[in-house]
Design a protein around this ligand. Structure first.
Ligand code: ATP
Length: 135
């Protein structure tokens, strides 16, 4: 089995979509190992998004992630890293496939950062690193 970090980002929590997102995760059969509501400080976000430092969307992204609480989830299952990213859909919510979380619930709000509802780790190395930051 494998673990990943999933975040329901501030737009997902603010829009009341946490339950709908968790329902899809649970229906898929993944196991909730740990879950918490969290208001990350800048230090946590700078660690989490270190690979994006210097990019044009970096500062708006950090500000967005401090705009309200997120739900952090330690999620387990066979191939859960790949599987959750499939459930989430591609980064841009306008073109994410229907049937995915971003495709069904997200759209482009014309802001400096894509408010795309969720985050999921993209590799075993990222998952280990990110789980240590958030839990
Ligand atoms: P994916 O890996 O599926 O693309 P992700 O959430 O892991 O999704 P990253 O590339 O790690 O995406 O980017 C982190 C976050 O930064 C995105 O989820 C999104 O909120 C924002 N973001 C990424 N690229 C852009 C962009 N070009 N313009 C605006 N916001 C962006």
């Amino acid at each position: 089995t494998e673990e990943t970090l999933v975040l329901v980002k501030p737009d997902g929590v603010a829009r009341g979509l946490t339950g709908a997102i968790l329902a899809r995760i649970e229906a898929k059969g993944y196991a909730l190992v740990d879950i918490k509501l969290v208001e990350p400080d800048r230090d946590v976000l700078e660690q989490h998004y270190a690979e994006h430092a210097g990019k044009p969307f970096y500062e708006p992204l950090v500000e967005f992630m401090m705009s309200g609480p997120s739900v952090a989830i330690r999620l387990a299952g066979n191939r859960v890293i790949e599987g959750f990213r499939s459930l989430a859909g591609t980064t841009d919510p306008t073109t994410a496939a229907p049937g995915t979380i971003r495709g069904d619930f997200g759209r482009d709000w014309g802001l400096k950062v894509q408010q795309n509802l969720v985050h999921g780790s993209d590799s075993p190395e990222s998952a280990a690193r990110e789980l240590a930051i958030w839990f």
